[in-house]
Design a protein around this ligand. Structure first.
Ligand code: MLT
Ligand code: ZN
Length: 498
């Protein structure tokens, strides 16, 4: 591939180079202006993330329709040494899919939205990266199957983004992580080659499982263009119950009993605190207190999914009587029908939307030892109270069944003094508990420089070496996931010295 000279810092030269790249991209995408966008207005929705927290100024936004077009974009960006930011539904929470100020080319997958196959016998589906999760769910539902991933952003997030961030969601407890559910991938590498790992086999024990490299890599090693995913049978009977509890310790005690007594039908175990509920009730029209007049400190949503309604409801009833008898729950409510169950789920699922409406929010998504998980929320409240009073609200909710806490600090607007009170305190706390600073949202731009709180130096150096091997020009989503210095060091460190 012939390469023009590397970009210089000279403004007029780099503008000329940028213009040439944009023209070449437009040609590669058939001269379709709507698919190579350059004006601020046309790029706006791709330049800023869902939360309005991360904003960049991309050189242009490209909307490929095929893998061939993605290849052409990547080759041109390599030729012009211009960074690429892959983007799906732009619903990430750590700035992983948002451009920075570095004049990058956004590659948004929304036009690659074809469902390629649905196989009932094998229980799997294949699709392009830009398929919206909810659309894939509808397609497989009509054949009696389900996508083993469900999250609040399902109406907007895309399969390529879900895979690239290894999204967790509400039913990880039931179906496990995407690392187990994704059967195959097609990836465009940083040199424009296509790596065809698209298999739908459950068992394939031939060497290194390369697709795992791209799951959770946030587009830093290559661009996911197609996905093959297992689609288990959809449950025939689903029950939802919401409980009010007096302490976090009781939520944990009830989890053990849920595992024991609901066993194979337990499909979700989610918690939120009173502060989260109050915010939802205040911000989201049509929501109602599930246990009116009886404010409780914590709420737990328990869901069962099985195949025989009578059997599942008998199990749920027996579980209810056990937790009542033992004085673990104070009160609760069982979803009467689908609509009521949906309303109960909304209270948990839409907390992040309520937070967005409430103003600015600092979000932390951490794994901690289950029993001590909520201590981080109370510790932060104690830290904030004397200085900020009630202007700052600390909320805790999350996937209790997976040891994943969502710690959210809500305030009117972003403020450095508030951020300084949170960081690095939260990261140090998580490190001292041997937890993870990212349970499911990824590192993105927000936490790339903080990876050391959860990974030791050797692991980070090895990751950077992998990045260097697959992306020697450093064009794939730079500044995301890995610290800049680690990536630089990898360029000059032979493997043997790691
Ligand atoms: C959730 O579990 O609700 C999502 O991960 C989003 C969030 O953390 O707010
Ligand atoms: Zn979550």
């Amino acid at each position: 591939m012939s390469r023009p000279t590397t970009r210089t810092s000279d403004a007029s030269t780099s503008r000329t180079t940028d213009d040439a790249l944009v023209r070449a991209l437009a040609r590669a995408l058939g001269g379709d202006d709507a698919r190579v966008r350059t004006t601020d207005a046309a790029m706006e929705k791709y330049a800023v993330d869902w939360q309005n927290k991360y904003r960049g100024r991309p050189l242009c936004v490209t909307l490929p329709r095929t893998t061939e077009e993605v290849r052409a974009i990547v080759r041109l960006c390599a030729e012009y040494r211009t960074p690429i930011v892959p983007q799906g539904g732009n619903t990430g929470l750590v700035g992983g899919a948002t451009p920075t100020e570095a004049r990058e080319v956004v590659v948004c997958m929304e036009r690659m939205n074809g469902i390629l196959s649905v196989d009932e016998d094998a229980g799997c589906a294949t699709c392009e990266a830009g398929v919206v999760l909810e659309d894939l769910e509808s397609a497989v539902r009509s054949r009696g199957m389900t996508v083993p991933l469900d999250l609040g952003a399902k109406g907007k997030c895309q399969m390529g983004g879900c895979v690239s961030t290894n999204a967790g969601g509400l039913r990880l407890l039931r179906y496990g992580s995407l690392r187990g559910s994704v059967l195959g991938l097609e990836v465009v590498l940083a040199n424009g080659e296509v790596l065809d790992l698209m298999r739908t086999l459950r068992k394939d024990n031939t060497g290194y499982d390369l697709k795992q490299l791209f799951i959770g890599a946030e587009g830093t090693l290559g661009l996911v263009t197609k996905v093959a995913i297992s689609t288990p049978r959809a449950p025939l009977s689903v029950h939802v119950a919401l409980f009010g509890l007096e302490s976090f310790a009781k939520c944990v005690e009830m989890l053990k009993l849920a595992r024991e007594n609901l066993g194979e039908v337990l499909s979700a175990y989610e918690f939120f605190d009173r502060e989260s509920l109050e915010l939802v009730l205040a911000q989201l029209k049509g929501t109602r207190d599930p246990l009116p007049g009886k404010p409780r400190a914590f709420y737990v949503v328990v869901e069962t999914s099985g195949s025989v309604a009578k059997h599942d409801s008998a199990k749920l009833k027996s579980f209810l009587s056990i937790v009542r008898r033992r004085g673990i729950v104070v009160d609760g409510v069982v979803g009467r029908d689908e609509k009521h169950a949906f309303a109960l789920w909304t209270l948990r699922e839409r907390i992040s939307v309520a937070l967005k409406y409430a103003g600015a929010v600092y979000k932390y998504d951490v794994s901690l030892p289950t029993a001590r998980m909520y201590n981080l929320v109370t510790t932060l409240r104690e830290r904030f109270e004397p200085k900020f009073g009630s202007s700052v609200k600390v909320l805790g909710y999350g996937h209790l069944g997976d040891g994943n806490l969502h710690l959210n600090i809500s305030c009117a607007e972003y403020d450095d003094a508030i951020e300084r009170a949170i960081e690095p305190f939260v990261y140090e706390y998580v490190r001292d508990e041997r937890g993870s600073i990212s349970a499911e949202h990824g590192l993105g731009l927000m936490k790339a420089e903080e990876i050391h709180y959860s990974k030791d130096a050797k692991a980070v150096a090895l990751m950077a070496t992998m990045k260097q091997t697959l992306d020697p020009l450093g064009i794939m989503n730079p500044r995301k996931v890995l610290p800049v210095a680690a990536v630089r060091a990898a360029a000059s460190t032979p493997m043997s010295r790691l």
